[in-house]
Design a binder for this molecule. Structure first.
Ligand code: PLP
Length: 338
């Protein structure tokens, strides 16, 4: 396996537009709650998830038996692989997409086949993916919208995949759901092979907590829970997640701000003559040509972090969309470099 080393050192005190995190922080309610109500007992006792599960299930509109708390989406992916996919069995992923689908599948000795996003506009390759699904396919991993392309697909297309991949666990990773509004969560009971994941790492601004949710119908969750360590989510994260979902205004305001800033970013890139791909998430992939690495490095020197993706999409750099002011700072530095 190729080791996966995200460039995550030395990011404090920089404008962090490289990991698609919330660029302003978590809801103040979360920090306030932790500071005021955290007791010694909370740290002493092994985690008890009952209340968190009930509150989160109510928030997401599912039963508590259709939801498993996970140590970030990463553990959700790992659980789906470990529970349903055996040695040498086929897993389908898209390319490029979130690295952990391949990572956990390879770790489990699955046979990983990749279907490429359409080269011209990086659109979701529905027909190509459908063609590759066979009765032997055991897992299909889809990020919707997709990281790093920013492009997404719709419910009807996902249902065609679910219909065709009846022997597979199909995970729709909705890490960026809040920015696009397309979800499969309401279809959980229609499709026995459907899994959905959500995270507290992105819009909720809690990446350090490592908290996510995996959803599927009750019978699947029973299997998944067998494969999970009983205490993989720390209690602080579970408590924080319960509070975070209560502050709907925080999420709504941040999404509104990011969507406006994304338009501002498009206009700025056009003004600079930099081609980009329209995004349904809180990041935008732009084409820097053969200067991609140089631009990433020069932006870093000026205190702005972005992510080079040219190793998988020639010439491409990904920038997280934050507030209007943060985008403005990015555009100003990019203009100076160009
Ligand atoms: C599509 C996608 N899924 C999951 C994650 C990671 O989520 P978590 O922090 O919940 O493990 C990322 C992070 O970049 C992502 O882009």
């Amino acid at each position: 396996m190729a080791p996966y080393h995200p460039p995550s050192g030395g990011r404090r005190n920089k404008l962090r537009l490289d990991f698609n995190e919330n660029t302003v922080g978590a809801s103040p309610l979360v920090l306030d709650f932790i500071k005021r109500f955290l007791t010694a007992a909370d740290l002493t006792i092994y985690p008890e998830y009952e209340h968190a599960l009930e509150d989160l299930a109510a928030h997401f509109g599912v039963s508590h038996n259709e939801l498993t708390l996970t140590n970030g989406t990463d553990e959700a992916i790992q659980l789906v692989v470990n529970t349903f996919i055996g040695d040498g069995q086929q897993v389908l992923i898209l390319k490029p997409s979130y690295a952990m689908y391949r990572f956990y599948s390879e770790l489990a000795s699955a046979k990983v086949d990749a279907v490429e996003y359409r080269p011209k506009n990086l659109a979701f390759p529905l027909e190509e993916l459908l063609e590759r699904i066979t009765p032997e396919t055991r897992g299909v991993f889809i990020s919707n919208p997709n990281n790093p392309t920013g492009t997404g697909t719709n419910v009807a297309s996902l249902e065609r995949i679910l219909d065709r991949a009846q022997n597979a666990a199909v995970l729709v990773d909705e890490a960026y759901y809040e920015f696009c509004g397309v979800t499969m969560l309401s279809f959980l009971r229609n499709w026995p092979n459907l899994f959905v994941s959500r995270t507290f790492s992105k819009v909720y601004g809690m990446a350090a907590m490592r908290c996510g949710c995996l959803f599927s119908r009750e019978e699947n969750m029973t299997y998944v829970r067998k494969a999970q360590s009983p205490y993989s989510v720390n209690m602080l994260a579970a408590m924080a997640a319960r509070i975070a979902v209560q502050d709907r205004k925080f999420v709504e305001d941040y999404v509104t701000e990011v969507l406006a800033a994304r338009e501002f970013l498009y206009v700025g890139l056009e003004r600079l003559g930099v081609p980009y791909y329209m995004s349904q998430a809180n990041f935008v992939l732009f084409r820097a040509g053969d200067r991609a690495v140089e631009i990433r490095d020069e932006l870093k020197r000026r205190g702005v972090l972005v992510r080079d993706r040219s190793y998988e999409l020639p010439g491409c750099v990904r920038v997280t969309v934050g507030t209007h002011d943060q985008v403005e700072k990015f555009l100003k530095e990019l203009e100076a470099i160009l």
